[in-house]
Design a protein around this ligand. Structure first.
Ligand SMILES: [Ca+2]
Ligand SMILES: [Ca+2]
Length: 653
């Protein structure tokens, strides 16, 4: 569900960004032009500076409206410095905190404010102005114009209206950043700091990567061409999908930071310029990674694709290939697929997403707020049981209306002109683009904990996931990935979601580890409770999501009993080199039309609030591994009055 902004586009830029021109002023407002550097000023002074600077920039006296009535008839408390700024320009917008009566609930109080339409058209408040409803106090954060604030104060709809003092964080100059909402919803900003751990190499098994893009330049260690079908541009990315995936995982262009912007990348190109590949190409890609992982320090492999033949892990060559990677130290991340219809359970039928070891990722629609309260599952994001009875996906990540880099020469770029948001960038939807969020998170975890196994990476991402209150159990696995929470884990022991499978892992003739699927199938057919061990670990009790509920759903013997692999329908023909259909690409999401870009972005004030919530006060200090103080050491970090990014919701009406 998207909230439509109530104001016209001209007003919108004013309301959201506080200045007449969008674009550059957004980055300026956050990234500290004009001397608003962290630690340079005390909090209250910074607030005044920010408000005054904005009002000046917007042009004092340019509006002239709203000055007709004085401030003597206000029934709500309005902070004096706020009133003074409103007086200069009532059409200027302000990041404020409204508090209602202590006796009312925050939601009801805010609904009253939004529903009151008795004022002039530019005085009434739209739902889009509400940035965050607080659980701990009877209030909310809103972006309001001066005229809207005065209206609320005159009618007495709020008890108090004060500036959001997290504006004091405005001076943190991040080395890289992203003005899209999605990285903020996953806590990715902790990965954008100087001094964050250096992530290992991520292999992108896809259509290639345009290594000349500033998003990835200097970090693509190699481009391997394994595409067997004709029509493949041998270097770069003739289609465009792989560059986008790489940008989400590890982009570093200004304004388009990915989750792990310093990670190196390896392009394993298996897709021709029409987006076609074969099963054998995917297996060859896994082989290549297995043989070269040490040379290039590859510890994560991203597969934003799936086969189109329903299969059991006992027989599927792609599953066997990715298991081999997993069991030999490469964390495999796979897209769930885009073939659910209207949110109904579709099963996760196809490899590699149906493999029990790997991390399978579903696509969340993160709505318009950083918090998960307005999140839904993208209606096409595949979920449910695999043919072997495993509940998938394991985890969710933002995957709807994502903006990322696509080479302008790529076929995808010319195929969907309506999805181009700016030169070289497109808005696309699909589990293809949720998977690399998790690949980036996995790489950062491995940067911080270089000795961790893929099982530990999966366990850490799952135990720290943000619950999704509006999503059915299992639809997005245990919830949305939260890289900040995963990196901040201080557990003595990370629970292993694959613990029950380990008893079936043995050594192959060449000494590598291998999963004995036949032994597993035999054990599972004799004892439906075989998987309980994976979820009995006490460490799961640290999870914010309900581990008990997940444990009961994680594997189903009923789903297994109906598996197609048990029938004769299975044939060698399924693995012929027939080109994949477009459905194999987890990119399309039924060619979902794009939404206006301003519905997928985050305003500077909210970015500041999130930086504060993440503990980011110094661009050189990573709060997940260090104790950070403001540069200069003169001041302690400001008290954090904002609920954490992953506040468990549950208070919806
Ligand atoms: Ca290609
Ligand atoms: Ca959200």
């Amino acid at each position: 569900m998207r909230l439509k902004r109530a104001t016209s586009s001209g007003d919108r830029s004013n309301a959201l960004w506080g200045r007449g021109s969008r674009g550059e002023s957004r980055s300026n407002a956050l990234w500290g032009r004009g001397g608003r550097r962290a630690g340079a000023t005390i909090a209250s002074f910074a607030v005044v500076c920010a408000l005054a600077a904005s009002a000046t920039a917007a042009g004092v006296g340019s509006s002239g409206n709203g000055g007709g009535r004085g401030f003597g008839n206000l029934r709500s408390f309005v902070a004096p410095e706020l009133l003074s700024s409103i007086q200069q320009n009532p059409r200027q917008s302000f990041d404020v905190i409204l508090q209602g009566s202590p006796k009312t609930r925050s939601h009801g109080f805010i609904q009253k404010v939004v529903q009151d339409k008795s004022g002039a058209s530019d005085e009434n408040v739209g739902a889009g102005a509400v940035k965050k409803e607080f659980l701990s106090l009877d209030g909310a954060r809103l972006t309001l114009t001066g005229r809207q604030i005065l209206r609320i104060a005159r009618v007495g709809l709020a008890q108090s209206i004060v500036p959001n003092d997290t504006v004091k964080m405005s001076g943190v100059q991040m080395p890289t950043y992203n003005t899209q909402l999605w990285p903020w919803a996953t806590g990715a900003a902790v990965d954008w700091l100087n001094g964050t751990p250096k992530a290992p190499t991520i292999a992108i098994v896809d259509s290639g990567i345009d290594a000349t893009r500033s998003d990835v330049a200097g970090r693509v260690l190699g481009q391997v061409n394994l595409a067997s079908l004709p029509g493949n541009t041998p270097t770069g990315d003739g289609y465009g999908h792989g560059t986008f995936v790489a940008g989400i995982a590890a982009g570093s262009a200004p304004g388009y930071a990915g989750v792990a912007p310093k990670a190196n990348l390896m392009s394993v190109d298996i897709m021709n310029d029409q987006g076609q590949a074969t099963v054998a190409d995917v297996v060859a890609a896994a082989d290549w990674i297995l043989q070269n992982k040490t040379t290039y320090n590859i510890k994560v492999a991203n597969f934003s694709l799936h086969s189109v033949s329903r299969a059991s892990v006992q027989f599927d060559p792609i599953d066997q290939a990715v298991e081999k990677l997993w069991l030999n130290g490469v964390t495999v991340v796979a897209a769930a697929g885009n073939y659910a219809v209207n949110g109904a359970a579709s099963g996760v039928q196809f490899a590699p997403g149906n493999d029990p070891f790997v991390i399978t990722v579903g696509a969340a629609d993160i709505g318009t707020q950083v918090s998960a309260r307005d999140d839904t599952s993208a209606p096409w994001s595949a979920w449910g049981y695999t043919p072997d009875g495993f509940m998938k996906p394991d985890i969710g990540a933002p995957g709807r209306y994502m903006v990322g880099p696509v080479p302008t020469s790529g076929v995808l770029y010319s195929q969907r002109p309506a999805s181009v948001t700016s030169p070289g960038y497109m808005q696309l939807s699909g589990t293809s683009f949720a998977a690399p969020v998790v690949s980036g998170a996995a790489a950062m975890l491995l940067g911080q904990h270089p000795t961790w196994t893929p099982d530990q990476v999966k366990g850490a991402l799952m135990v720290s996931a943000t619950p999704e209150p509006q999503v059915k159990l299992g639809q997005l696995g245990v919830g949305d990935v939260n890289v900040a929470a995963a990196r901040a884990l201080r557990l003595n022991h990370i629970p292993n979601p694959n613990a029950a499978l380990e008893q079936f892992v043995g050594a192959a003739a060449d000494g590598t580890a291998v999963f004995d699927a036949a032994a597993w199938a035999s054990a599972a057919s004799n004892d439906a409770a075989w998987s309980d061990a994976a979820w009995s670990d006490a460490a799961w009790s640290d999870a914010a999501w309900a581990s008990a509920a997940w444990a009961s759903a994680a594997w189903s013997d009923a789903a297994w009993a109906s598996a197609a692999w048990a029938s004769a329908a299975w044939s060698d023909a399924a693995w012929s080199d027939a080109a994949w259909s477009d459905a194999a690409w987890a990119d399309n999401a039924n060619a979902e039309p794009p939404v206006p870009v301003d519905q997928t972005t985050i305003d500077p004030q909210t970015q500041d609030a999130e930086l504060a919530a993440l503990g980011i006060v110094d661009p050189n200090c990573d709060p997940t591994v260090d104790t950070c103080v403001l540069p200069g050491g003169l001041l302690d970090p400001p008290a954090d009055t904002t609920p954490p990014v992953d506040t468990p919701p549950a208070l919806l009406p």
